[in-house]
Ligand binder design. Structure first.
Ligand SMILES: [Zn+2]
Length: 482
């Protein structure tokens, strides 16, 4: 049902009610005799009564009336009146159901809803004009032109709800997402989505002074953008100490937060500037946002103990048993495959796992991952810092014909490529500060960490390699060379 026919339907219902009421009234009022004498059955005129005979028998149908009163009756159509009233009751009932179900806006045409949503300053609550618009779009009852207008409304917002404010997001997000599905994929209006400024969610994780070094505070960033599909960009972070980080951003890729180590001198509340560029073709439009560094503290070294047990070593070895995937292009070329759930045993409940995982070529580290999670039943989402890798070494790894080499003394072979997993107290410290796995966002614990130990061992195992002769999957955030 198109919007127009929906609207015609409510108009039609109204018109129907009016017609039926008139019909009922007229049927009830009837046709008074006004001097005419009529057969009460077929309403044939009997003609004037003469002196001699009162002529009570109908010449048309043969009905014989018994009195003069019968032939001078008002011709009421009570059956028709009753039917008309039933009709009114039915229509009003149906409209009332829609009114109760969908609210008064459901009676309005879509063009009125679009105007009301923009100008009434209503939030997108149940049965508001905006809500009704969303319902109509879900039901597919609006025209392509109205869908484009709705998308324009999403892009522009209104004076009370400017993109990308929280008010705008609440009011227009649903509308925009549905409108996008209703607007053709090559519609030039989609390019205007780039006008919506990105919004950022930012948190910080406390750093820690550990003996002679400092685990730097971490910055966790994600961006919410509504760019047309295929649009990509870069984010540049300028810290107060003058240092800069640049990362590539692919909004279409699986959503993960960017985790970066901040300069150790960074203090909460200090100015941080985020500059987002988007690239569509050759066009690049920067957007700069200044926000304070979120609160965090430099916490003292935890009073916990290093731990290195055979059970823990087995679990960690198993976690990395899938080894490394190497793709034939892109940066980073490699992707470490691991399964943190292997360390979910209750015996690891008090242990924080901070691991530096190195891919070594003949014992020389060529690729380093720094990741952390907490062991035990309520395992936390693994997090990691951007990996550091030697692109040439990854190329050798991809091309290598044999993963083994002869020992110098001949005879035995040894693997050329190994995985060296080393427990790192500073990375474990991050794991100890993170609370639960429930939320995808990095959850920061204000309470004292409950972990009493950190894995301190080193494990070296032959590297399992999966060579993939295809480009790597897109990553949402990718650190670029400084
Ligand atoms: Zn008759």
């Amino acid at each position: 049902m198109s919007d127009l026919s929906a609207w015609t339907l409510s108009l039609g219902a109204l018109l129907g009610v009016v017609v039926l009421i008139i019909m009922a009234a007229r049927s009830f009022a009837g046709e008074p005799a006004r001097g005419r004498r009529r057969c009460p059955r077929c309403w044939h005129e009997l003609g004037p009564a003469s002196e001699s005979s009162s002529r009570l028998t109908c010449a048309e149908c043969g009905f014989a009336a018994t009195s003069e009163r019968e032939v001078t009756r008002n011709r009421r159509r009570l059956g028709r009146a009753a039917l008309a009233i039933l009709g009114v009751v039915a229509i009003v009932g149906a409209m009332r159901v829609r009114l109760l179900d969908r609210g008064a806006w459901s009676m309005m045409p879509t063009s009125v809803l679009l105007l009301a949503t923009k100008h009434l300053g209503e939030t997108n609550t149940h049965r508001s004009a905006g809500w009704e618009l969303v319902q109509r779009m879900r039901a597919g009852t609006i025209t392509p032109d109205s869908a484009r207008e709705a998308l324009t409304l999403f892009i522009e917002g209104d004076s009370d709800a400017r993109p990308p404010s929280a008010a705008w997001l609440t009011k227009y997000r649903d509308l925009g997402m549905i409108a996008l599905n209703r607007v053709a994929s090559d519609d030039p209006l989609r390019a205007r989505l780039l006008e919506i400024p990105p919004s950022f969610t930012i948190s910080a994780l406390a750093g820690c002074a550990i003996d002679d070094r400092i685990a730097p505070p971490l910055l966790v960033v994600d961006a919410l953008v509504f760019w047309p599909s295929g649009a990509e960009g870069t984010l540049t972070l300028d810290f107060a100490d003058g240092s800069t980080r640049t990362v590539a951003f692919h909004p279409d890729a699986r959503q993960t937060s960017l985790v970066l180590d901040m300069p150790t001198s960074t203090k909460p509340g200090e100015a941080l500037s985020l500059t987002m560029h988007h690239r569509v073709g050759d066009a690049s439009t920067p957007l700069r946002i200044n926000i304070p560094v979120p609160p965090f503290s430099l916490v003292p070294k935890l009073s916990w103990a290093p731990i290195d047990t055979p059970a823990l070593r087995t679990a960690i070895t198993d976690a990395f048993a899938d080894g490394l995937t190497v793709w034939n292009e892109g940066a980073p070329r490699g992707g470490l495959r691991f399964d943190a759930r292997v360390t979910g045993g209750e015996e690891f409940l008090d242990t924080a796992l901070g691991l530096s995982v190195e891919v070594c070529e003949d014992g020389v580290p060529r690729r380093t991952s720094r990741l952390w999670w907490s062991g035990g039943g309520r395992i936390t989402q693994p997090r990691w810092l951007p990996s550091i890798e030697d692109a040439d070494a990854m190329e050798r790894l991809l091309k290598e014909e044999s993963d083994e080499t002869r020992d110098d003394r001949g005879g035995a072979t040894r693997p050329r490529w190994t995985l060296r997993i080393t427990g790192d107290e500073s990375l474990a410290h991050y794991a100890a500060r993170v609370r639960s796995s429930a939320d995808a966002a990095l959850q920061l614990s204000a309470a004292e960490p409950s972990k009493t130990s950190w894995f301190s061992g080193t494990i070296e195992v032959p590297l399992r390699i999966l060579r993939v002769h295809a480009p790597p999957p897109r990553r949402r955030w990718k650190t670029l060379e400084k």
